[in-house]
Structures are given as C-alpha cells and as structure tokens.
Design a protein around this ligand. Structure first.
Ligand code: GRF
Length: 194
C-alpha cells in the first residue's frame, strides 16, 4: 500500500489553492498531508488558513529583497521542507522564481499552478493578459517547475471559455474555480504513483 505523501506548500497570497488541497484531503479524495506552509509574505492569508488548520506555517526570510529569492533563502527553505519530511512541493500563488538550489534538492518534485493554458500567457496576471488579448479561451495549467518562468513540463490543463463581457476579475474567478479541482486532482495522481 502506498504511503500518504507529505506536501509542503509555498504561497504569497490568499491561499485558496492550498485550501482546496486541504479540502480534498479532508474529503478523502486526496491521500496526502500538508506538513508545512511557507510564505514570503508575512501578511499572506495562506499563513492564517494553515494555522487555522493546525499546520505549521512560517515566513520565509528573503533578506529584504522585494522580488528576488536569494540562494541562501532557497537553501534554508529546502532544508526546512526536508526536515519536515516533504516529498512534493506545491507552489500555490508563490510570487518568486524558484531556481537552484531548490531544484537540485527537489528534482522533478516541485509543482506549480498557473492561471492560463501554458505556453500562452506566462508571467504575472495571466487572466488579465488573456482578456486584453481578446482570447476566446483560457484556463489553468499544473506543471513541474524548472528554472524558467512558467516553462516546466506540463502535467495537466483545464480550459475555461472567455465569455462576452468578461473582465479580468470575472475570468480570474472562473479560472480559480477550475484550479481548485485541477490541482488536488494532479497531486492525487502523482501521490498514487509513489
Ligand atoms: C492562482 O490564480 C494561481 O494560479 C496563481 O496565483 C493564484 C494564487 O491564488 N499562480 P491563491 O493564493 O491560491 O488563492
């Protein structure tokens, strides 16, 4: 029988995807345990959500850099994740680029969820880019993280139609609904292969 996979979640914002993973675990559709939540944003609601659920949640020290994720911080984060027994790292709205040394320490073990059908609209506010571009379809992608910006191997995508009158906000809300089922589903599939 496969062992319950231990997850570490990194996020910078609201943490609705982290919540969706937790809800799937609670509902019994995902055999996993979130053992550590880390955020570079001390005010990120993701920390509060984690603490409410009794999950250790800590702030990442990025050495005062606004957007950079310095090597020393990545090494410290990797060590914390390892010490907690994490086998799979899930980025959920984490706003810094993960590179070496984290990629070396968790090879093909870091996932990200991105709010577009990659390779379309990588980078920030992908839903806004889609609306500005007049796209008729968008969606979300779960992919492995590599050293690029939203460039790693795609695991699974879900499509969302752009409808007449959509604003960046309305489209983002519908994409997020899809994210909340896609991410736990992909993690469950990976967990089942362990
Ligand atoms: C999601 O839309 C995700 O695709 C993007 O950042 C957002 C995070 O939202 N990478 P939340 O913090 O999970 O609510």
């Amino acid at each position: 029988m496969s062992q319950t996979i231990k997850l570490g979640v990194l996020g910078s914002g609201s943490g609705s995807n982290m919540q969706a993973i937790l809800d799937a675990i609670e509902a019994g559709t995902l055999d996993a345990e979130i053992v550590l939540v880390l955020s570079d944003n001390p005010d990120g609601y993701i920390l509060e959500r984690a603490r409410k659920a009794g999950i250790p949640a800590e702030v990442i020290d990025c050495g005062g850099f606004k957007t950079k994720f310095p090597d020393e911080s990545q090494s410290a984060v990797a060590a914390q994740l390892k010490a907690a027994g994490v086998k799979l790292v899930c980025l959920a709205g984490f706003m810094r680029l993960v590179k070496q040394p984290m990629l070396d320490i968790f090879p093909e073990r870091i996932l990200n969820i991105h709010p577009s059908l990659l390779p379309a609209y990588p980078g920030l506010m992908a839903w806004k880019q889609a609306v500005a571009d007049g796209a008729r379809e968008s969606g979300c992608t779960v992919h492995y993280v590599d050293a690029g910006m939203d460039t790693g191997p795609i695991i699974k995508q879900a499509k969302v139609a752009v409808i007449a009158g959509d604003t960046a906000e309305t489209l983002h809300a519908r994409i997020q609904l899809e994210e909340h089922s896609l991410y736990p589903e992909v993690i469950a599939a990976i967990a089942a292969q362990q």
